[in-house]
Design a binder for this molecule. Structure first.
Ligand code: NZQ
Ligand code: ZN
Length: 393
């Protein structure tokens, strides 16, 4: 087991109607002039944005609004938000939406609190020394950005999608009302469940130290998400299932399932980020499309973990060689993805990638890795990434 530090400062307010506490929470964390940041309009159509602005009006809190954060959020809107915050003397950010609105808000927060070009942080050129304080009203359970230190932004020029992680970006509060996720399209619900699982699995498939308590939490989380993803597939209005998934989303990416291991593998995410950057696919679906190819490429180098996953998460019997059991576990997870209508290759994802596309994505991915390689289950370089892309067509 490895030493670790665990820092999860976000105040979580969970349950029905909790968005009514927004003004109170903003005041608690010292916000006086707010930028409300949201996505493409789902929060307008659902009436959530109106309820939030009404509650701020009633509490005498002034605000400006900025919508338009698209899935795989764009750097250009981040720049626009930074300018708006400076012009309006904004001192607190409120993201209303999913990972894209939250990540875009975090980037705006870095840009306001630090001199120079905010992209430098995403381009690994320097580290932020602060961030505007941020609160979240979550409308989709998926990324865990409501408690995580991460923000993922796409620079339109060159379609470069990169993440930046810093404790400064962790939200001050997260309002989580599972009912708000009931307007989600089924596809987005399934994408979210996949992403939640993958945040846990990235930390689970490692050759670094492991801890029994962390493994047990991770395995329980994975089983819970799979069970409730199927419930939601059949009944999207099931409140308890929505709640289980929503809380799992936060726990999957707030560091809990990384305690004691070496930080995780993360190559499935890095590979998917290239798909998201170039083809603008939904993040969770992109992960499902490449995971099987990644797993088959690396499992022999991380066999005890893949065997444990097959037995404890996918419920395989302890019959056959370790390799056979590991492969059965991989196949079982792909079957599960299909059962919730997630893709298991690029074709099913709707991506018709040419050989040149695959080569470009592998190169961009490796360019974004320290010394051109990364991974814990198995260290991957550009050639290995290309092999995985080729196997996922
Ligand atoms: O934009 P609107 O109109 O709000 O519609 C969104 C969007 O089309 C819609 N939606 C969200 N809540 C809804 C809803 N529609 C109806 N009812 C609701 N209640 O769903 C679509 C997806 O929203 P988005 O915010 O893009 O989804 P998600 O939360 O999956 O975020 C994806 C982004 O987060 C990044 C991904 O790479 C991607 O860019 N990630 C961020 C992470 C982090 N910050 O920690 C970690 C992740 O691994 C991930 O990389
Ligand atoms: Zn993710």
């Amino acid at each position: 087991m490895f030493d670790f530090s665990y820092y999860t400062p976000t105040k979580v307010v969970f349950g029905k109607g909790t968005e009514s506490k927004t003004a109170e929470l903003i005041k608690e964390f010292g916000g006086t002039k707010i930028l409300i940041h949201y996505g493409g309009g789902s929060v307008v159509r659902s009436g959530l944005l109106r309820r939030v602005t009404d509650s701020l009006d009633n509490a005498g809190i002034s605000y400006v609004t900025l919508g338009g954060a698209v899935p795989n959020p764009h750097l250009s809107l981040v720049y626009e938000g930074i300018e708006l915050c400076k012009k309006e003397n904004v001192d607190f950010l409120l993201a209303v939406g999913g990972g894209s609105a939250i990540d875009s808000a975090k980037a705006i927060g870095y840009g306001v609190a630090n001199e120079g070009d905010v992209w430098d942080f995403y381009d690994y050129k320097r580290k932020a020394t602060g961030c505007l304080p941020l609160g979240v009203i979550l409308t989709i359970a998926a990324t865990g950005s409501e408690m995580s230190d991460s923000s993922v932004i796409t620079k339109e020029e060159g379609l470069v999608k990169r993440g930046y992680s810093s404790d400064f970006g962790r939200p001050k509060f997260a309002i989580m009302n599972p009912e708000l996720t009931m307007t989600l399209p089924d596809y987005q619900t399934a994408c979210g469940c996949t992403d939640i699982m993958m945040h846990t699995m990235e930390r689970y498939f490692t050759n670094g130290g492991n801890m029994e308590i962390t493994d047990s939490i991770a395995e329980g989380l994975l089983r819970t998400v799979m069970k409730n993803a199927v419930i939601l597939r059949d009944d999207p209005k099931d409140y308890d299932a929505r709640a289980e998934i929503m809380w799992a989303g936060s726990l999957s990416h707030n560091g809990l399932t990384g305690c004691g291991n070496n930080g995780g593998d993360w190559m499935t995410h890095k590979i998917e980020h290239e798909l998201g950057g170039l083809f603008d696919v939904a993040h969770g679906a992109g992960l499902a499309a490449v995971w099987g190819s990644w797993a088959r490429y690396v499992y022999k180098d991380c066999l005890p973990r893949f065997k444990r996953f097959a037995l404890n998460v996918m419920g395989m019997g302890d019959v056959g060689s370790d390799e056979e059991i590991a492969l059965k576990g991989i196949e079982a997870l792909e079957d599960f993805f299909r059962s919730i209508k997630m893709p298991t290759n690029l074709r099913e994802l709707g991506v018709d990638a040419t050989d040149d596309d695959l080569i470009l994505m592998a190169k961009k991915c490796a360019d974004g890795l320290p010394n051109g390689e990364f991974g814990s289950a198995k260290v991957l370089n550009e050639q290995a990434i290309l092999e995985i892309f080729k196997a996922s067509v």
